[in-house]
Design a protein around this ligand. Structure first.
Ligand SMILES: [Zn+2]
Ligand SMILES: [Zn+2]
Length: 312
């Protein structure tokens, strides 16, 4: 083997949102209303690329109203418990697959990396996965490249945040590439950071999972059998010998549009570009890469971001 692929061999693509607020903290809709929005409104039935199949409820650890929390059951949608560590004056960490912690508001405090490491460790000890949330939210550096390099045990970085107040500064592939270049095995995650319908359906993560159970979805997130998107969809992502193969989804929405495939490596350096209507792009290993990840951008501006393939 030449590349270590994070993708499982046989699975199904399931789209989900990993960062969701409800009336349990500062969201505008109850857990059930929010789950129904993702479970029904987005289920067009026209294309698997348009449906939501899982949702992680991640209310803030401050200003929570525990009495309003109940994990909703919605047919066709796997709802998963989580939280967002968000103390006053601190940067945010999303926990996926761990119980909600109902901590009350605390005074403003200058949080250190040691505190953040404690939050990550707590999420992991409770069976969850930690994600460094929205590094550039509101045009600030909530998570610097150095933070991403120095912190340990987290699963991913939110490279796209759909919160509209993030504005054009919400792309955080710079922090991600810095972590990957430092040798971290961490995954790129996209989410709505949903608070109300203004945030709905802006960014998401697809998992390539063995089935639609909670366990299979969490396993896929944990091992990086996933990709992040704000409108473009991959069909297949795999390694074959020295080749990395990235295919656009076989979906009528994407057939006739021009596509740009970019292969990006260590330091966020662009290694190869392909522009055209072709559905497939391949990258051949040259022997000097640490990792390669693929980006697919459609001619109307939407993109999808694969996870990195590491050189073995
Ligand atoms: Zn946040
Ligand atoms: Zn949030």
């Amino acid at each position: 083997m030449y590349w270590e692929s994070p993708y499982i061999n046989e699975g199904i693509w399931l789209r989900g949102n990993t960062h969701t607020h409800t009336t349990v903290s500062d969201g505008g809709h109850s857990p059930m209303e929010t789950a129904l929005l993702y479970g029904k409104v987005a289920s067009t039935g026209r294309s698997p690329n348009m449906d939501y199949r899982f949702l992680v409820l991640t209310d803030h650890t401050i200003n929570t109203k525990p009495e309003l929390f109940e994990l909703p059951q919605v047919e066709g949608l796997t709802v998963i418990e989580g939280l967002e560590y968000s103390y006053r004056g601190g940067s945010h960490i999303v926990g996926v697959g761990c119980p909600m912690v109902f901590d009350g508001p605390v005074e403003w405090y200058d949080y250190t990396r040691k505190d953040y490491q404690r939050f990550i460790d707590s999420i992991v000890e409770n069976g969850g996965m930690a994600i460094l949330a929205h590094p550039h939210w509101s045009r600030m550096d909530h998570w610097s490249a150095e933070d991403a390099i120095e912190l340990n045990g987290y699963m991913g970085i939110e490279i796209i945040s759909g919160d509209v107040f993030s504005g054009p500064s919400n792309l955080a592939t710079d922090v991600w590439d810095a972590a990957l270049t430092a040798g971290k095995r961490v995954w790129g995650i996209g989410s709505d950071d949903f608070h109300s319908t203004r945030d709905f359906h802006n960014a998401w993560t697809f998992v390539y999972a063995r089935d639609d159970s909670k366990e299979a979805i969490l396993d896929a997130l944990r091992q990086g059998s996933s990709y992040t998107s704000n409108g473009a969809s991959f069909g297949k992502l795999y390694a074959d010998g020295k080749w990395i193969v990235a295919e656009c989804a076989d979906d009528s929405y994407y057939h006739d549009c021009e596509k740009t495939f970019r292969f990006i490596g260590e330091g966020g350096v662009l290694k190869q570009t392909q522009v055209g209507k072709n559905h497939t792009a391949v990258y051949k290993g040259r022997g000097d890469e640490m990792y390669i990840r693929a980006e697919l951008t459609l001619n109307w501006g939407c993109s999808a971001f694969s996870q990195p393939f590491f050189r073995i």
